[in-house]
Ligand binder design. Structure first.
Ligand code: AMP
Length: 362
């Protein structure tokens, strides 16, 4: 089975790795000559708009997916005329624009922070009147890892926020003083079967995911059920095939949807060692048309991202049970270079290892 992936970053690399034992070979299209997935997949080094590269991909593979949501929808649509593209380009389109994404959530009855579209400074002023402060101003498109965001605390910040972000379509959102951030990963097969992973508790700093705990500690089953209901509603509305991640804020026992990713997700990396079937394997199984694997956790897991610089590998491996994943990327401040997963039978057993690991990855 031959799978084409738009994007050749670490997610493409881990997808290709998951495919190898199952006889799935991956071809990645990525403009960077240093795309991390090139170590384990055939790399077509070209722009996402490059017609002949897209044609080459379509000619080579059986099915196409993505590991990066900012690929041009037009390219995904052009590929969909030649080969099955999963999830459908419609999922890509919805998730590329924070306004259409949040509107879509609301149409499905999924609660979100209050939001309003902003295109002018005047529009920003009136949105602030309606939403109140603090509020988060975000670019509607191409934001990731906290980029393209401005926290407006008081009225005096308003013009500054406009200078920093204005000129492109924006969205103003109510700032949520959440108790914690959670995410739910779900996978839908071509048959329509859906399986959900346990909720994950995520900790971000400077807009970048630092740590995930899975299954999310102290989570009532009603919360898990609600998150699953939201994920199912999205999967079914989009006739979605593959893995989807839904990021949520928990506040006063309520779940508010922040955003979705139409792909495998950083908060699901723990599933490689910590779940019966990893998110990467289940994504491939879904798009290829194979049966899904169980999504239960094998124990209590923690995943820490390696960001900006890589500690000595010997020090990481000294921690019992540490599973180290490096992405083959050159160090740069704020860049995700790898991750480490711990998986134990209980939270008590996990704590000492996690404490040791956090000293190396503060
Ligand atoms: P995003 O790019 O929308 O996922 O935002 C990155 C991070 O910024 C989130 O994971 C939150 O930690 C924080 N954030 C984003 N939007 C809000 C909001 N409306 N209220 C509070 N925090 C937010």
């Amino acid at each position: 089975m031959k799978v084409g992936i738009l994007g050749g970053g670490q997610l493409g690399r881990m997808l290709a790795l998951a495919g190898l034992p199952l006889g799935v070979r991956c071809w990645v299209l990525d403009p960077s000559p240093e795309a991390p997935a090139r170590a384990v997949a055939t790399h077509i080094c070209a722009d996402y708009h490059d017609r002949s590269a897209l044609e080459q991909l379509a000619q080579t593979v059986d099915v196409i997916t993505y590991e990066f949501e900012n690929v041009p929808v037009a390219s995904a649509n052009a590929l969909a005329e030649r080969r099955p593209v999963y999830p459908s380009p419609r999922a890509l389109e919805v998730s590329q624009d924070r306004l259409s994404e949040k509107t879509f959530f609301q149409e499905l009855g999924i609660p979100t922070p209050r939001f309003r579209s902003v295109d002018t400074l005047e529009g920003l002023r009136s949105a602030v009147e309606w939403i109140g402060l603090p509020a988060v101003l975000k670019t509607r498109r191409f934001g990731y890892d906290g980029k393209g965001q401005y926290l407006i605390r008081e009225r005096d910040d308003l013009e500054r926020a406009w200078v920093v972000l204005g000129g492109v379509p924006l969205i103003l959102e109510e700032f949520i003083a959440f108790e914690r951030e959670l995410s739910v990963l779900a996978v839908r097969a071509r048959t329509g079967e859906i399986r959900c992973y346990p909720l994950v508790e995520n900790y971000h700093r400077e807009g970048i995911l630092r740590r995930s705990l899975a299954p999310a500690p102290r989570t009532p089953s009603a919360l898990q059920e609600r998150a699953e209901r939201y994920a199912r509603a999205i999967l079914e509305a989009l006739d979605y095939i593959g893995v989807l991640a839904l990021e949520l804020f928990e506040r006063h026992g309520e779940l508010l949807a922040n955003e979705m990713a139409p792909r495998v997700h950083n908060s699901g990396h723990w599933t490689i060692e910590g779940a019966v079937t990893s998110q990467f394997e289940n994504h491939l199984r879904a798009i290829v048309g194979w049966p899904l694997g169980p999504t239960e956790a094998r124990g209590q897991c923690a995943m820490l991202n390696i960001i900006g610089e890589i500690p000595k590998i010997e020090a990481l491996l000294q921690i019992p049970g540490a599973h180290v994943h490096l992405y083959g990327k050159s160090p740069r401040p704020g860049r995700k270079l790898g991750h480490v997963t711990l998986c134990e039978h209980s939270e008590e057993l996990l704590v000492p290892q996690l404490t040791a690991l956090q000293k190396l990855l503060p």
